[in-house]
Each structure stands twice: as C-alpha cells, then as structure tokens.
Design a protein around this ligand. Structure first.
Ligand code: DQA
Length: 143
C-alpha cells in the first residue's frame, strides 16, 4: 500500500526552527528515516510539504486515487482549518495525525484540532520519531 506523508506550514524549516521544541532533524532526515522503515514494512511512500492550505488540500484530493493512508502534520492549520478537515473527510483511507511536539503541553490554542475529528489515531510529543510510529501503525491499518 502507498502512504502519503503531508507536512504543513513551517515544517520545511524543521531542524532550524525552534530546535528546543522541534529538535535538530531536518525534514529530509525524517524522509530518509521513513523510507528506510517503509521498505521494512512493505509500504510505499509519497512526501509532500507546503506552506499553503490549498496545496495541502490538492494533495489530499490526489491521494484519493493513489493512497491507502495519509500521515499528516498540518502544522498550525491543525488548529484552524475546516477546509483540511473537509478534504480528509472526502478521503476513504486511513488517516493518522502526527505532531512533533506535545501540543497539549503548550498554549491552549494548540489543544484543539479540527483534524482529530477525522484521524484514526493521533501522535504528539514523540519528536520526529512520531512519523515512524505513525508508519508502523499505518502498516497494521492498511494490511
Ligand atoms: C506542530 C504543532 C503545531 O501547533 C504547530 O503550529 C506546528 C507544528 C507539531 O508538529 O508539533 O507547526 O504540528
């Protein structure tokens, strides 16, 4: 099965952006680690990052035809975007929401997630390892 990994706004700066919160690994490092694990798990991966809500929505639409699951870190759109929730509601596969930081330990505006209304599972606070944990779960959900 093919899994689409989607990263939202500011995650292109991973490794440089607030490393005390998000760690030192870059998004390329994350992609490399995910590819290695996916080979083990028998998953195929597609990666997408955008700072634009519409780009993320188009990517979710495209995944309708090609992917069994989506792992999404919507960044700050997590807390604001009904449009991303609607796009995910139009996707029939499995959805895992992934946050690098523990959003519940942070500002109260990060405690609510629109995407969680659709997600089959949520990961937060495991650092960039969370993407790998999400993939392990995806392998079970899409088997
Ligand atoms: C984040 C948490 C969000 O609140 C924040 O806006 C991000 C990253 C995380 O991965 O911890 O951009 O999704």
């Amino acid at each position: 099965p093919r899994i689409q990994i989607i990263n939202g706004p500011n995650l292109n700066l991973l490794g440089k952006r607030q490393p005390e919160i998000y760690g030192a690994e870059t998004l390329d490092d994350v992609a490399r680690d995910c590819e290695a694990l996916a080979a083990e798990l028998g998953l195929e991966l597609s990666f997408y990052q955008s700072n634009h809500e519409g780009g993320i929505i188009d990517c979710i639409h495209a995944a309708r035809e090609t992917c069994a699951g989506i792992v999404i870190n919507p960044g700050a759109y997590t807390h604001t975007s009904v449009a991303i929730l609607d796009a995910l509601n139009a996707f029939d596969g499995k959805v895992i929401e992934c946050h690098i930081s523990n959003v519940h330990k942070r500002e109260s505006f990060r405690h609510h997630s629109y995407v969680s209304l659709r997600a089959d599972g949520v990961i937060a606070g495991f650092g960039t390892q969370g993407y790998q944990l999400a993939l392990r779960r995806m392998a079970v959900l899409t088997a």
